[in-house]
Design a protein around this ligand. Sequence first.
Ligand SMILES: Nc1nc2c(ncn2[C@@H]2O[C@H](COP(=O)(O)OP(=O)(O)OP(=O)(O)O)[C@@H](O)[C@H]2O)c(=O)[nH]1
Ligand SMILES: [Mg+2]
Length: 223
Amino acid sequence: MEVKVLKNILNANNQIAEQNRRLLAEKSILAVNVMSSPGAGKTTLMLRTAEELEDKARIAVIEGDVSSSLDTEKLVQAGVTAIQINTDGGCHLDAGMVNSALQNLPLDELDIVFIENVGNLICPGEFELGEHLKVVISSTPEGEDKPHKYPLLFTIADAIVVNKTDLIPHVSFDMDSFSRVAKGLNKRAALFEVCGITGEGIGEWGAWIMDNLGKMRAEAGNK
Ligand SMILES: Nc1nc2c(ncn2[C@@H]2O[C@H](COP(=O)(O)OP(=O)(O)OP(=O)(O)O)[C@@H](O)[C@H]2O)c(=O)[nH]1
Ligand SMILES: [Mg+2]
């Protein structure tokens, strides 16, 4: 019985995710779902990405948090178009929430929408949002064993971003071991090593995003 209930919820979510996909395709917008545990550096990556892509693409960020609008305020203060979703206790975003946020963004003036999911390394992996790319951030103080212990997000990710590389000397994070396990779960994912404070590695990450925007638009043009 419970399995059936969960299936119904996921089916309903997937139908709205499909609507989001159609809306994004109509507007030729790339959508990127950014997931991580709380504090791994999602908002910081959004701020650095907005700087990196400033002259290359018009971006907006949908901010998902259980409560508060702190992350949106940070982005807006930095001049980034951003909109807040509060889940009021929910541990992940769903496609309906993203649909409401999309309706409130100036879609005709955007190239890329980043969706900062609720800080959680488990639940966001279960819910399609209609995004083109799934990204998981793992920060070095969390330890190199996260892909072992929370495999789902690492398995479904198109990119795995290791953040807080500046802290490696202090937290004894073994990058080789992390990469080995992550690649064992998912050979397809691009792997980036970045520092949200110094901006190291953000150039490669930004180039990958732009590359995916180009590919998405080329594929849409061929249809
Ligand atoms: N040392 C260091 N600190 C970082 C780095 N990136 C982010 N931080 C800090 O880590 C803390 C959390 O960063 P956020 O970007 O707010 O993390 P988040 O994933 O958005 O957090 P939630 O939205 O609460 O889940 C902040 O104090 C950041 O300044 C980094 O590369 N190095
Ligand atoms: Mg945040």
